[in-house]
Design a protein around this ligand. Structure first.
Ligand code: AMP
Length: 322
């Protein structure tokens, strides 16, 4: 079945003249790069097709590439490809039932079936890794620009090849990518890792406010006042969550930032051991087993998840004899 999936996906891509590619709401570099990379590799291979990558643009990640503003096709004859999205409610900008056929390619744990053809590998480091795998198993034609995007997505989602799902396969595919194309990969890090001084100051503030429970759950509650003081937004906290890894006393951690625009609280949760995504799902969120998110109505709800995550850290410590 696995070997066939590349062929099956390629056949569908080949068959359709009109293709729309979407990803999850709240775009991140892996979601955007896989979406734009797949669009461009299809167009590079089949120049006569109409292929659109749509959804809300992200000014923060505009260096990844440009999305399509319009999508002037009849959906009833088109193929929809959903990337990096486990469930229907998280799709940004398309309803699969409006399309003739749909494909899902994702590395999140399975939540629900939303497409006719689904390729889910939750051991893959990133959706860009899956796209690269697809390209190298089919006649899709990569070029340097596409290679850059896919490389950025993999680097971003693995946090520079640091996270657990970075595997032999990740390195093999990246090695092949670097052999086949000529990308100056160190120059790509300027976009991914450059920060402003105010962000660094905010990071210092977060570190000073980090509360750690007896069982090793670390958290910071961030108010609108804090955000205003440092002139940053709720999303800035999310950009920093991975930098709080490898603190000896902290097994899992979360930032909970007031989001005035959406009138709720945005939670970013990470772990280096205890599983967290089932707890995030209980609060209408979700994600990967060690990287999840959710939105909360108020800080009382945030306190409830902190309690549950603390209990999960407690169980983890008992299991691991820590
Ligand atoms: P983030 O903390 O935004 O980097 O997200 C980490 C992971 O959790 C990603 O896989 C997201 O797709 C997922 N995630 C974040 N927020 C939500 C949410 N409200 N509902 C479901 N999944 C989410």
């Amino acid at each position: 079945m696995k070997k066939n999936i590349y062929k099956k996906i390629y056949k569908k891509i080949k068959k359709y003249h009109d293709i729309v590619i979407v990803r999850h709401v709240g775009a991140d570099p892996d979601a955007l790069a896989s979406q734009i990379g797949l669009r461009d590799v299809i167009l590079n291979t089949f120049s006569n097709k109409n292929v659109y990558a749509v959804g809300l643009p992200s000014s923060k990640f505009k260096y990844v590439g440009v999305l399509d503003k319009t999508c002037d096709i009849n959906y009833k004859n088109a193929l929809l490809i959903i990337l990096d999205t486990p469930d229907k409610k998280r799709i940004d900008g398309a309803d699969p039932s409006m399309f003739k056929e749909s494909i899902k390619i994702d590395h999140h744990p399975f939540v629900e079936k939303i497409s006719d053809l689904e390729w889910i590998d939750d051991t893959a480091s990133s959706t860009c890794q899956l796209i690269l795998d697809l390209i190298f198993h089919t006649s899709l034609q990569i070029n340097d620009e596409i290679a850059k995007k896919l490389y950025m997505g993999i680097v971003a989602d693995t946090n520079r090849f640091l996270f657990r799902y970075t595997s032999e396969k990740t390195f093999t595919l990246v090695s092949k990518l670097l052999q086949k194309t000529h990308i100056d990969f160190p120059s790509l890090y300027d976009n991914l890792y450059m920060r402003s001084l105010k962000e660094i100051k905010f990071q210092g503030y977060l570190l000073s406010k980090l509360e750690v429970t007896e069982n090793g759950f670390g958290y910071v509650k961030i108010t609108e006042e804090d955000l205003q003081k440092y002139d940053v937004d709720a999303g800035t906290a999310g950009n920093m969550i991975d930098r709080f890894n490898y603190i000896d006393e902290v097994y899992a951690w979360g930032f909970f930032a007031e989001d005035v625009k959406h009138e709720n609280i945005r939670g970013y949760i990470r772990s280096r051991g205890p599983i967290i995504n089932d707890i995030a799902s209980e609060f209408h969120g979700g994600g990967h087993i060690y990287a999840s998110g959710a939105r909360f109505h108020d800080f009382d709800e945030v306190d409830s998840i902190i309690e549950k995550l603390d209990a999960r850290c407690h169980t983890y410590c008992l299991e691991k004899d820590l």
